[in-house]
Design a protein around this ligand. Structure first.
Ligand code: ACO
Length: 401
């Protein structure tokens, strides 16, 4: 039997909250979200205004520094990132050592962690300058590694960073540059890509951001902390949902397109199947990012002249769920990942690269969370538990078991 009176933590009684549904882990000035209202603010600015008027470079600055930059500040920030786009040659060898079918998220987290080996002086940070230096190092090298991961799984030669381009256009060309003379990405596509990255840039204390903070709270360096966040993002209940959504839509298509059949499967409590891209831990109203991304998805498909039957299945599924009592009563609406996969597919990004795209978007948010955690001297994260195992008993010799 358990002595409940022993459930005492360092500063009071222990609370049990599996999944931390009602537990705050920190104070934060970065992102506000109101799940009932479907509201999302970055540093106080509504996501709708940011997605409409800003760009990813500015959003990275805003998340990290707390304010919108002047032109001079932005130029300095972008220049600092550009100084850090050179990735160690040994990382190419590591990339080549992965088997062809390796999942890109595994490659990305490994190479991100490996960056600590090539930037040892940036692991231990004490001052603002050191934190900023570690941050721009990672912001510079990360898209290169992410793009190389796609080149690797597509069996294409690696591309180089082009410092004459914006952060997003450069990432895009590293993904897709086919080596033709004067290669130039379509500005409408780059714009939609920019929006996608903005919408993913931060989302307060989600599974991956909390992981970054928890690992970082032991004062492990930025590369190890972000690598842990990448692993957390990988799962299909979090960032991996965008890959799972597309696989689900394809499964519905291959099965003859009967949306109702899959909805019934998701409602069956004996069946572990869930509709991917529906529901959210915090949003119990429409995900504001989903509204914006839905429009961007339409624009991309129109620009590219794509008439994808998968999109019709997605629209049918969305409509049927909005009218279904099970989904209505549980306030399960499409989330951002329901639509992002449709854009990525249209851009010819391989399905298992979708979550890597999410990671590139989320990187500045993770870094901002990591910095804030260090700046506010957050104590090491160390939850307690309710022990339900055996009471004290005597060791049994092998011969007597
Ligand atoms: N399909 C069917 N039923 C669902 C779904 C779904 N996608 N999501 C939740 N439910 C049901 C649950 O079974 C539960 O039903 P019950 O009350 O009858 O037991 C109820 O809705 C509440 O669900 P919870 O599991 O308590 O919700 P929780 O907050 O723990 O989980 C989560 C949120 C993980 C996002 C969940 O909705 C889910 O698995 N969705 C599908 C995966 C997905 O799209 N993830 C991406 C999230 S967004 C992001 O990370 C960027």
């Amino acid at each position: 039997s358990i002595d409940i009176s022993k459930l005492r933590g360092a500063t009071g009684l222990i609370t049990m909250d599996p999944g931390y549904k009602n537990t705050g882990s920190c104070e934060s000035k970065i992102t506000f979200l109101d799940g009932e209202e479907g509201k999302l603010l970055y540093r106080g600015y509504p996501i709708e205004q940011i997605a409409d008027k800003s760009n990813f470079e500015e959003v990275m600055f805003l998340l990290l520094k707390g304010e919108l930059p002047t032109q001079e500040e932005l130029d300095g920030f972008v220049a600092d990132i550009r100084k850090n786009t050179e990735v160690a040659e040994e990382l190419v060898q590591m990339l080549n050592a992965f088997p062809q079918g390796a999942h890109p998220m595994g490659i990305l987290s490994s190479l991100t962690s490996a960056l600590s080996a090539f930037n040892p002086e940036k692991i231990s940070v004490a001052t603002e300058e050191e934190m900023y230096d570690a941050a721009v190092t990672l912001l510079g090298q990360f898209p290169v590694i992410a793009a190389w991961t796609q080149r690797k799984i597509k069996g294409l030669p690696l591309t180089k960073s082009d410092s004459s381009l914006s952060y997003v256009e450069n990432f895009y060309q590293m993904l897709f540059n086919d080596g033709t003379e004067g290669y130039k990405a379509d500005p409408v596509i780059v714009d939609a890509f920019d929006k996608l990255l903005i919408l993913h840039a931060d989302h307060e204390q989600n599974c991956s951001a909390s992981t970054v903070r928890l690992v970082g709270s032991s004062h492990a360096g930025i590369f190890a902390s972000i690598s842990a966040g990448i692993s957390a993002l990988w799962g299909p209940l979090h960032g991996g949902a965008n890959q799972a959504v597309l696989e689900m839509l394809e499964a519905i298509q291959n099965d003859g397109g009967d949306v109702a059949k899959f909805i019934n499967k998701a409602k069956d409590k004996e069946d572990p199947f869930r509709l991917m891209g529906f529901g959210h831990r915090v949003y119990k109203n429409f995900d504001p990012r989903a509204r914006i991304i839905k429009v961007a998805a339409d624009n991309v498909l129109t620009t590219l002249g794509i008439n994808d039957p998968i999109l019709d299945i997605a629209k049918g599924l969305e409509q049927a769920c909005l009218e279904d009592d099970y989904f209505k009563s549980r306030q399960l609406y499409p989330n951002v990942d329901f639509y992002s996969g449709i854009i990525y597919k249209a851009l010819d990004i391989p399905t298992d690269m979708f979550t890597v795209m999410f990671a590139v978007g989320r990187l500045p948010g993770w870094i901002a969370q990591w910095m804030e955690m260090r700046q506010t001297n957050q104590p090491i994260g160390r939850p307690r538990q309710l022990y339900t195992g055996a009471a004290t008993r005597d060791y049994v010799e092998m011969s007597a078991r």
